[in-house]
Design a protein around this ligand. Structure first.
Ligand code: FAD
Length: 476
């Protein structure tokens, strides 16, 4: 029996729940990936993300070939293309892993109906990209969590599955079946450029399973033991940079978790263990936001808290453009935005700083920032990005009423030598550290090096934000 395995955000053959289930069912397993025009034609797709994804698909094809089978590529609406391919190949079943995003869930339901009509079996209820399912992690009153800390306390006590076996020794299509697959729409893998996405810069992580595995091993061998402190400094390589691999499922989450367990077992001091636990907590944030998106899909459409539903945000195109391009006159903000634009990635500390700046200093709607991030990030992911923006805007589930970051004090704490600023804002390279970290660069010096004046005054804007917040609170 032929089983089709539909890859979506699980671009790997190792530690893959649905794929392992397919292999248990039949020795003949063929992969398929569908380039979905509904996704690729949206206006928030980052060229860097597509470039990474296509690179991963290429590696995945190589992995399939080694295992004895193939990965087919479609470029069409999956709602028609997946059932049509399954029917043409007289596949016994289509397997895939479940996803939390509202679009995916609706699409999958339509496909399930189409498969049912054709009498093709399907298995889609595999949770693969998270360690525990949303149904498992509920409050005492059987409600989904809306606050991270109690979520973490519950989540960490729940058993986590071991990594699953890598696909091997499978049968692929016969020559006749390959011809049929072509007639049903299977094409050669296009390049990102063929799809209209140009990214010529280096990627923060090379595509494919082997590179992600290597990165994990490197990180858990060393940097994880100092993570708690080092992760805060954007000039330091103190984090794993595995986010794009996790977003596309290029590495299995059970494999990642197992690596943290082994690191804990090997840790020789309580201090090391605390660092490893801190990294585990970041993985839990990722799950928290995915569970939140699954349980509260309305998060994708805007503010979660009532107070922010009709918030009087500013419409200021000039300010927004200055923020996007890294020309706000606030060195740490500009460095971060330029890192995003030039590398397709931004350090977490800086994501929080620039998101606070857009919403609390420029008083601009966080949804604009959220979209801009999606247009630029290699790891752009609806749940994590939305969670991060709602947290920074104070519009989400986070219980703290208002959180405002002061760009200068953030710089003094986390980029005390101005190293990160100098790396990304070239015109500030020769400016005194004291000026960089306080943001108080004398106007003459700013003009001499061609760096803009601050577009707003942090103190004034902060008060303005608080005032509007209070007014909204009284109304809601
Ligand atoms: P590490 O510090 O090594 O953490 C390990 C992994 O844990 C990450 O790869 C990521 O998968 C997960 N993780 C860590 N922190 C968070 C977090 N706060 N929320 C959710 N998952 C987390 N992360 C994305 O993956 N995609 C996004 O689109 C995204 N947008 C964000 C937007 C804003 C405004 C903010 C404040 C944060 C956002 N994050 C996003 C979370 C975080 O910034 C990145 O996951 C992290 O910087 C990636 O670097 P890393 O892989 O080195 O992380």
């Amino acid at each position: 029996d032929l089983i089709l395995f539909w890859h979506r955000r699980d671009l790997r053959i190792s530690d893959n729940t649905g794929l392992a289930a397919a292999k248990r069912r039949s020795p003949k397993v063929v992969g398929v990936f569908c380039l979905d025009p509904h996704i690729l034609e949206r206006d928030d797709v980052a060229p860097v993300r597509v470039t990474y994804m296509i690179g991963c698909l290429q590696k995945l094809q190589e992995r399939y070939a080694k295992a004895g089978s193939e990965l087919l590529i479609l470029h069409a609406d999956p709602v028609q293309a997946i059932p049509a391919l399954a029917e043409a190949l007289t596949a016994k079943a289509v397997f895939w892993n479940w996803d939390v995003e509202p679009y995916s869930q609706e699409r999958d339901r339509t496909i399930i109906n189409a498969l049912k009509e054709k009498g093709i079996e399907f298995l889609n209820q595999n949770w693969d990209q998270i360690l525990n399912s949303p149904d498992e992690i509920r409050t005492g009153g059987n409600q989904p969590y809306t606050v991270y800390t109690p979520f973490w306390k519950n989540w960490i006590t729940k058993p986590k599955a071991q990594p699953l076996e890598t696909l091997q020794n499978v049968e692929g299509l016969t020559e006749a079946e390959q011809k049929i697959a072509k007639l049903a729409g299977a094409i050669a893998l296009p390049s990102a450029k063929d799809l209209g996405f140009i990214w010529d810069e280096q990627l923060i992580i090379p595509p494919g399973e082997a590179a992600a595995q290597e990165r994990l091993e490197e990180f858990t061998a060393k940097a994880i033991t100092e993570y708690q402190e080092q992760r805060n400094f954007p000039a330091v390589d103190g984090t794993s940079q595995l986010s794009a691999a996790l977003k596309f499922g290029v590495i299995g989450i059970r494999t990642v978790w197992q690596a943290t367990i082994e690191a804990l077992e090997n840790s020789r001091s309580e201090e090391t263990a605390v660092n490893i636990r801190t990294w585990q907590q970041e993985l839990a944030w990722r799950e928290f936001y995915q569970h939140a998106m699954y349980n509260f899909p309305e998060l994708a459409d805007g503010a979660f808290r009532e107070t922010f539903k009709n918030f009087p945000w500013e419409t200021n195109e000039e300010h927004f453009q200055a923020w996007c391009e890294g020309r706000t006159g606030y060195p740490i903000v500009d460095a971060a935005m330029r890192q995003l634009n030039e590398s397709g990635w931004m350090h977490n500390r800086c994501r929080m700083i620039v998101a606070s700046f857009l919403t609390k200093d420029l008083l601009i709607n966080p949804q604009l920032g959220e979209k801009y991030f999606m247009q630029k990030l290699i790891d752009g992911d609806l749940s994590a990005n939305n969670g991060g923006w709602q947290w920074s805007a104070s519009s989400g589930m986070d219980p703290k009423p208002v959180r405002i970051f002061n760009p200068a004090s953030q710089t003094q704490k986390f980029d005390p030598e101005g190293e990160y600023i100098r790396q990304w804002v070239s015109e500030l390279r020769s400016v005194d550290t004291e000026y960089l970290v306080t943001g108080k660069i004398p106007p003459l010096e700013r003009h001499a090096v061609g760096y803009p004046d601050p577009i707003v005054d942090h103190k004034i804007q902060q008060n303005q934000f608080k005032l509007r917040y209070q007014q909204q609170k009284n109304i809601s």
